[in-house]
Design a protein around this ligand. Structure first.
Ligand SMILES: Cc1cc2nc3c(=O)[nH]c(=O)nc-3n(C[C@H](O)[C@H](O)[C@H](O)COP(=O)(O)OP(=O)(O)OC[C@H]3O[C@@H](n4cnc5c(N)ncnc54)[C@H](O)[C@@H]3O)c2cc1C
Length: 379
């Protein structure tokens, strides 16, 4: 006898989206997370158009839009020079912009919706092992409890226990450099309606607006400090941004460091075990895609599970894996290219700037990039 139809491990953005979608379809769902409370560190800052489209059905998009700021432009620059301008405002969507909102807000709104629909998250509760049989899966937790479910989804992040227990490989590698991340207040030239990816000699740097006159700075550096100081971020912006003194850090609100991997799971399904989000794919934050992919996985997997639980053949779950995995591979390749193109040697940089300076003016190139960054290419 199963306790629940679907057991979701992990209440990050992917798990919360999946759970809310399942509950909204009337499917018995249990969600657990090993943390006592939702994380308030803010990693993802960009919610793209496709994510807003898929969250529309859950009635979450209008709440997100209320709390975020809209950035209809994305540019790749070398200093002040725009190499590739990307304009989202002409895209065929109700959401022709990147919505800039801290990940903690996105998670709060998803949790609110899950709760409204009658769902809940059991925490702290840590999955330790899984055993599948013909009728279901037995999940065992660190407190000795067990839960029986027809299907278990690993939305448990990069170090996924579900992926490990399923014996699914996670091919790829790690970037050598660590990434520094800071939320700051700026005086000077930083635009409030544009996300900028600077390709600088010392490495790429992202400057993105957030609500409350805050800017998010993300940059790979050889040894990121545990907590970056205002001086450290100022030096980064002077070296990699518009030029010395053009963006001035007046206040540092929060900062951290991360190591980033680029990996994709060999498959998203092993029998009754499924993967979604960072458990299935991780990559460079350049392009702001990770959380977006995870949320979109969540909605797609909820549809597939609802179909199978409603009597469709269980090959629908293989279709989920077959459809979503190549999308993640494409994103890993794109973000890897954006990351590596930033750090070419000087001679190659002038060549790169010449090539992209020309290609970046071609409307078809701009539109192709707009469709990929907005996620609309995966409709
Ligand atoms: C520096 C940085 C910047 C980023 N910027 C962006 C951006 O701008 N846009 C974007 O889209 N993405 C961005 N990302 C990526 C984004 O943060 C992740 O893709 C996103 O958090 C993945 O969500 P998730 O729900 O799949 O996994 P997670 O957020 O990792 O959540 C997994 C959850 O599972 C729980 N868990 C883990 N193991 C267990 C267990 N054994 N038992 C129970 N619970 C468990 C954890 O406690 C956690 O709550 C960025 C990432 C980094 C590091």
């Amino acid at each position: 006898m199963n306790d629940t139809d679907v057991l979701v491990i992990g209440a990050g953005p992917s798990g919360l989206t999946l759970a809310a979608s399942l509950v909204s379809k009337g499917i018995t769902t249990t969600v657990v997370d090993r943390q006592a409370a939702g994380a308030n560190t803010s990693r993802a800052a960009v919610v793209n158009a496709r994510t807003l489209e898929v969250l529309d059905g859950l009635d979450v998009s209008r709440r997100l839009v209320k709390e975020g700021v809209q950035a209809p432009r994305f540019t790749i620059r070398d200093g002040r020079r725009v190499l590739i301008p990307v304009d989202f405002s002409a895209l065929p969507t109700e959401y022709p912009y990147s919505l800039m909102v801290p990940q903690a807000t996105t998670e709060r709104l998803l949790l609110d919706r899950l709760t409204e629909l009658g769902g809940t998250v059991i925490r702290p509760k840590t999955l330790t092992s899984l055993a599948q049989d013909a009728d279901g899966v037995t999940a065992t937790f660190d407190d000795g409890d067990t839960i029986r479910a027809r299907y278990v989804v690993g939305a448990d992040g990069m170090h996924s226990t579900v992926r490990e227990q399923a014996g699914i490989g996670f091919e790829g590698g790690a970037y050598e450099e660590s990434f520094t991340l800071a939320d700051v207040r700026l005086r000077g030239e930083a635009p409030v309606d544009e996300v900028i990816l600077f390709w600088a000699k010392a490495g790429l740097t992202v400057v993105a607006p957030l609500p409350g006159d805050i800017f998010r700075i993300v940059a790979p550096v050889p040894e990121a400090p545990e907590e970056p100081s205002a001086e450290f971020i100022q030096q980064l912006l002077d070296e990699r941004g518009f030029g010395a003194g053009r963006m001035v850090v007046t206040d540092i609100i929060w900062g951290s460091r991360f190591r980033i991997h680029h990996r994709v799971a060999d498959t998203y399904r092993a029998g009754r075990l499924l993967l979604a989000g960072d458990a299935a794919h991780v990559h460079s934050p350049a392009g702001g895609q990770g959380m977006n992919l995870g949320i979109q996985d969540g909605v797609a997997l909820a549809d597939a599970l609802a179909a199978v639980l409603g009597g469709a053949p269980d090959s629908v779950l293989d279709d989920y894996s077959a459809a979503r995995r190549p999308i993640a591979q494409g994103v890993v390749e794109m973000t890897d290219r954006l990351t590596r193109l930033a750090t070419l040697p000087r001679a190659a940089r002038s060549f790169r700037n010449a090539v992209f300076g020309v290609a970046g003016r071609v409307p078809a190139v701009q539109r192709a990039l707009a469709l990929r960054l907005s996620g609309l290419v995966n409709r």
